[in-house]
Design a protein around this ligand. Structure first.
Ligand code: PAF
Length: 278
């Protein structure tokens, strides 16, 4: 597996494959790779001849006081996992390659970033939109694969790629869960054993809410019970427990086709997100 560190080197490698008639997929990540990321690589291999990936811990999507400085980093370990999964190229730029001095642009998608996680993390999705635009512009891929665990991010990136004619098809790949139901996340590494046990309330509350909606219980009561279940399990904070339209992220007053249950909260010091189709 080749490792490149500048946008120009990434573009040159991908253009060479494309000139040979190869279809290319791209998997953007912040590293600390787990089986969920490797499933994105597998999804890329199912759709394209070549899979490329990036690792860049993007400071612009962390607010002051968030976990930027302690975000787990292990480029050598990540590179070995990507190579074993069949990835052909890793783009791992440093800060100066991504944001050279004088960098002055940012990308903001309207509306979608204002709700759910965006309401709790102002500016977060502007940082994501900016870096993903840069990554997609340099990666020139036919497909870019994002995990459905960050459903809001996926909805924003899809909107942005369509609005800006970015020329890359955005694909969502299903959440990968541990055997006990917890969605895989690089941030699960922060969880002490007692907090990890508490965190299981998150997927359980979503499954319970989905079951209650299927049996016709009133939405408001189901959502209130979901939030309460997290608080009872020892979540330090529940940011939201909502039913939204999967594309527009608009709050729904009743289950509808494409509806998604979305939840986020803090266990110990770790903020976790999860979501489920209804
Ligand atoms: O989901 C992530 O890991 C990041 O938000 C992304 C898409 C790589 C942008 O930094």
């Amino acid at each position: 597996m080749q490792i490149v560190r500048t946008p120009a080197a990434l573009t040159a490698a991908v253009e060479a494959w494309r000139r040979d008639g190869k279809r290319v997929a791209f998997v953007p990540t912040m590293g600390a790779l787990h089986a969920g990321h490797l499933a994105l690589v597998a999804e890329g291999l199912a759709r394209a001849d070549i899979v490329t990936a990036s690792i860049f811990v993007n400071p612009r999507q962390f607010a002051p006081g968030e976990d930027l400085s302690r975000y787990p980093r292990d480029e050598a370990g990540d590179a070995a996992k990507l190579a074993a999964a069949g990835c052909s190229l890793l783009y791992a730029p440093d800060l100066a390659a991504m944001y050279p001095s004088g960098f002055a642009s940012f990308v903001r998608v309207g509306g979608l970033p204002d709700v759910l996680c965006g309401a709790v993390r102002p500016g977060h999705f502007d940082g994501v939109a900016t870096v993903v635009t840069k990554l997609l512009a340099a990666a020139r891929a036919d497909f870019a694969i994002f995990g459905e665990k960050d459903w809001q991010q996926l909805a924003i990136v899809k909107r942005m790629a369509a609005d800006l004619d970015l020329g890359t098809e955005i694909i969502g790949a299903p959440i990968v869960r541990d055997a006990d139901g917890l969605a895989l996340s690089s941030r699960n590494l922060y969880l002490a054993p007692a907090d990890r046990a508490r965190a299981l309330a998150l997927p359980k509350a979503l499954v319970d809410a989905r079951t209650q909606l299927h049996t016709g219980e009133p939405l408001a009561a189901v959502l209130a019970e979901g939030s309460l279940a997290l608080a009872r399990a020892g979540f330090a904070r529940v940011d939201y427990f909502e039913l939204v339209d999967g594309e527009t992220l608009a709050t729904l007053a009743a289950p509808a086709p494409g509806a998604r249950l979305m939840a986020a909260g803090v266990v110990g010091k770790t903020r976790l997100i999860d979501n489920m189709e209804v």
